[in-house]
Structures are given as C-alpha cells and as structure tokens.
Write a protein that binds this ligand. Structure first.
Ligand code: HPA
Length: 281
C-alpha cells in the first residue's frame, strides 16, 4: 500500500468519526480480549461500530467487540478501541496498526494499550496486572517495513523508551491510589495463533520475557514512530505453557479477564485522569 493511500485511508476514517463525535480526544485506550468494559463507562459517549468507520479492519476473535467509543472520563476526552485486529488473523502489519494511527490522527497525545497475556515470570499469577516496561518482538513482522511515511516519523525510530517513562509513572501512581497491585515486566509478542510450547516459554524466560502475548508490539511501534506517548498494561489471564499444569484455552483467558474487570476499569479511569493532568502540566 502506498504512503499516499495510508494517510488518505486514515483521513477518511477520521472525517467519518468527527462527523459523529466532534470533540477531540486527548487520551486513547486500546482494550484487549475480554477487557472491553472500560469503554462502557465513558460519559456522554458516542459508539461507532468498526463497520461504520471507513477502512477500519474488523476482528473476528471472540471477546473483541469492534466498537470505537468516544466520550469522557470526568472532564478528559477519551477515544477507546474495544477490539483490535491481530497479525495471526492474517492482517498485514500496516492494517494491524490502522486503529492506533487513527487514534493519533484524531488527536490523542497519549495512548494506553491493554492486552491479555500469559505469565512467564514465576511471581505472576492469573488475574495479576503487569505494567509493560519493555518488549521483545518475536512476531517476525514490523509495521514500519516498507517506504517510510515521513509525515508520521523518522525511518529509524529509537525504541529505548518505547514505553514512556512519565506515563509508566502515572500508571504506578494510578495503581497506588486505587489500591491495585501492579507488577512490572517485559512483554514478548509472538505471532500466534497457537499458544507457545513449554520449550518456547523456557526460551522466552531465558531471553528476559516476563509475559507473552500476540498483540500490542506492532501498535507500540507505530505509536512510537508517530511520537505518541504510550503505556501498556497486561492482564495475566493464565500461566504460560509448561508453567501451567493444564492446557491453555481462550475461554479461560476471557474468564480471567472478566474477573479482573472491576480493578481494570478503575485503574484505567485513574490512569486517564492522571495522564491528562500530566500532559497539561
Ligand atoms: N500466550 C500467548 N498469548 C496469550 C496467552 C499466552 O499464554 N494468554 C493470553 N494471550
């Protein structure tokens, strides 16, 4: 796809969204498998099905609603993607990051990405939340391959601080205020759709991963390229293969994500309020 067509496709999507909801969002949120509840808590919300957003790719994965919610948390304007598409569905990397680029073009100055992940570090249990402080990209794909879109960012983006230091601090503070325990660690993205083998999980641990999943990394790369400040939180929905004593199953992932719903919603709401304050200061 040409540079011209990506920016053109984004402009069409943004225009359609603005016709429904004129207020420019400051904070963007992407909600992973089973984690969509936050989107339903926005005040004065407009909800737009992805099918009504021109060029927006649609997910067929259970637990991913496919709705863009725009509204407010207290007085902070927010745009929230309930559902995302994944590389393992067969979407090209540039399609996988269409949604977050759209959030950036809508005006979001910071984006919080969430996901469901398998716990690799021995201290992680199902139901724990983990702030992602760095990642390992094992998908074999990168959304920036191809001609660079200079309008978005540089050819060779620095990834030293892909997870914004200030926003990580905001996430820690939000967790403290809400009395929620927030682990920290490195997220390894694998292509999927198979869960990992026990040997792959031992390798991930050796490489320095604390959790594994099948999303987030392409989105973080695209946002970093666009110089949009980004933070990410994993909901540990299961112990990774070989650490868990039973086979992995998407239903379990959804059930655990649902169980953490109340904490997760409180944490995200607080994160949104504090990050907007931090941006304004
Ligand atoms: N592996 C990869 N992706 C996942 C997992 C896992 O164990 N749990 C939730 N998403």
């Amino acid at each position: 796809m040409s540079t011209q067509s990506i920016t053109g496709l984004l402009d069409e999507a943004v225009s359609a969204i603005r016709r429904v909801h004129a207020q420019r969002p400051t904070i963007g949120v992407v909600l992973g498998s089973g984690l969509g509840a936050f989107g339903d808590t926005l005040e004065d919300a407009s909800r737009i099905g992805y099918q009504d957003i021109p060029n927006m790719p649609m997910s067929r994965v259970v637990g991913h609603a496919g709705v863009l919610s725009l509204g407010r948390v207290e007085n902070v304007p927010v745009a929230c993607m309930q559902g995302r598409v994944h590389l393992y569905e067969g979407h090209e990397p540039e399609r996988v990051v269409f949604g977050v680029r759209m959030l950036a073009r809508l005006g979001c100055e910071a984006v919080l990405i969430t996901n469901a992940a398998g716990g690799v570090h021995p201290s992680l249990l199902a139901g724990d939340l983990m702030l992602i402080i760095d990642h390992i990209n094992m998908t074999g794909r990168n959304p920036l391959v191809g001609p660079n879109i200079d309008e978005f960012g540089t050819r060779f983006p620095d990834m030293t601080e892909a997870y914004d230091r200030g926003l990580c601090e905001v996430a820690r503070k939000a967790a403290r205020i809400e009395g929620i325990s927030l682990h920290e660690g490195v997220y390894q993205a694998n292509l999927g759709p198979t869960y990992e083998t026990p040997a792959e999980i031992r390798m991930a641990r050796t490489l320095g991963a604390d959790a594994v999943g099948m999303s987030t990394v392409p989105e973080v790369i695209a946002l970093r390229h666009m110089q949009v400040r980004t933070a990410a939180i994993s909901c540990i929905t299961n112990l990774a293969a070989g650490i868990s004593s039973h086979p992995l199953d998407h239903k379990e992932v959804e059930q655990v994500a649902n169980r953490t719903r109340a904490d997760f919603v409180r944490l995200i709401r607080r994160f949104v309020i504090l990050s907007a304050q931090e941006i304004a200061s």
